[in-house]
Design a protein around this ligand. Structure first.
Ligand SMILES: *Cc1c(COP(=O)(O)O)cnc(C)c1O
Length: 391
């Protein structure tokens, strides 16, 4: 494929990155091999010292993984994409690549639970400190900056409250203090939002979610320009949390339908959010596509649709929230999201259970909160399933 940059994202999702082997296969091949052979000792030597491009070992590169990386890079408008074994290993690789002991992170308080634990717990052990600030109040980001600040990290819309961070405004603050801005683009995917175009330096993905889209495999990605990601690639190649060729092949196929899935998830989510807002036992609905969302205008500016995640607060706290879950017959009770199957979860006792009550309160995760990742079933069937527990 030539002139990549002139194609629309949905075209890139189907076509970018494809490389054919000697067999001229039409669908991308899965290269299940741990290592690659050389024609001679001299060629092996040239490959190992980087004088000749080419595959050596699948911890370094693999053709199926490379196809996935090039396809996602084209869609995000990134110079480089580095695929990882999971979304969390993408975040870890990003930090290992761009930070050292003594550095400081400014991060949104409204992050995926494991990201909070990685920053606040594991990285802290290695001398990297994190200050958590509001996802939405830009002045808190500038106020938290120290001379050692090297990385800004946010997720928008956030999980599970769908708070919207102003990527362009926070990118300006990051630039002023010489820090890199990394955006976890898991909820939107490049179909709905392209953070690099808004001034971010790094995009993170949990490919496990919408990029696969059918709840099959784990994977992640770090995207940005080559200079920024140099250390990330070295970390991955050395430490080894790389994506498997099988998973990369699943993600390649997933990307091909990403546009139509994101459109359908978004349309279903908007309809369900409007319905939830009208239910007497629902105290509040959080969905960026609703005019009642505090950052609705920013969401419309920054992302194409509201996305597929809706959170809502049930009147009556934890018991009422569990009652909704336990009366469903159709939707899946699971913490995963970004699947064709609708999933329902109670963040306070699952995804955010290992956060302290103080961390949960600071992130606005109340006991009555439910998160629904709206799938591709008929909306009326999802509504009927929730209506039983809400009655
Ligand atoms: C799931 C998720 C992650 C972690 O991804 P894994 O693939 O489960 O490691 C990171 N960020 C967000 C926003 C997520 O939803």
């Amino acid at each position: 494929m030539t002139e990549k940059n002139t194609y629309q994202p949905e075209t890139l999702a189907v076509r970018a990155g494809t490389q054919r082997s000697q067999f001229s296969e039409h669908s991308e091949a899965m290269f299940l091999t741990s290592s690659f052979t050389f024609d001679s000792a001299a060629q092996a030597a040239a490959r190992f010292i980087g004088e000749e491009p080419g595959n050596i070992y699948s911890r370094f590169t693999n053709p199926t993984v490379t196809m996935f990386e090039e396809r996602l890079a084209a869609m995000e408008g990134a110079e480089q994409c580095i695929a990882t074994a999971s979304g969390m290993s993408a975040i870890l690789a990003c930090c290992m690549g761009v930070l050292k002991a003594g550095d400081h992170i400014v991060a949104s308080r409204s992050l995926f639970g494991a990201t909070v634990n990685l920053f606040g717990g594991i990285l802290k052990k290695f001398g990297i400190e994190t200050t958590f600030v509001s996802a939405t109040v830009v002045s808190e980001w500038s106020a938290a900056v120290r001379p050692q600040t090297k990385l800004f990290f946010l997720e928008t819309p956030s999980n599970p409250l769908t708070e919207i961070s102003d990527i362009a405004a926070i990118a300006v603050v990051a630039k002023q203090c010489g820090a890199l801005l990394a955006v976890d683009n898991c909820f939107c995917t490049p179909i709905l939002q392209r953070p690099l175009q808004l001034g971010a330096d790094i995009v993170i993905h949990s490919a496990t979610k919408y990029l696969d889209g059918q709840g099959r495999v784990l994977g992640g990605a770090v995207l940005g320009n080559k200079k920024t990601l140099e250390g990330v690639y070295q970390f991955l190649r050395t430490a080894g949390p790389t994506m498997s060729a099988f998973n990369a092949w699943v993600f390649l196929k997933g990307l091909e339908t990403l546009k139509i899935r994101m459109d359908a998830h978004s349309a279903n989510a908007l309809e369900l959010a409007r319905w939830l807002e009208a239910q007497p036992n629902v105290a509040r609905v959080f969905y960026p596509g609703l005019p009642s969302h505090p950052q609705h205008a920013l969401a419309l500016k920054q992302q194409k649709t509201g996305g597929g995640i809706v959170s809502f607060e049930v009147k009556g706290g934890k018991d009422a929230a569990w009652h909704v879950i336990d009366n469903t017959q159709l939707v899946s009770i699971t913490a995963n999201l970004g699947d064709t199957k609708t999933t329902l979860t109670h963040p306070a006792t699952t995804t955010h259970a290992r956060n302290t009550p103080e961390q949960r309160a600071a992130a606005g995760i109340t006991d009555g909160l439910l998160r629904i990742a709206v799938g591709l079933e008929a909306v009326c069937d999802i509504q009927n399933d929730l209506a039983r527990g809400l009655a």
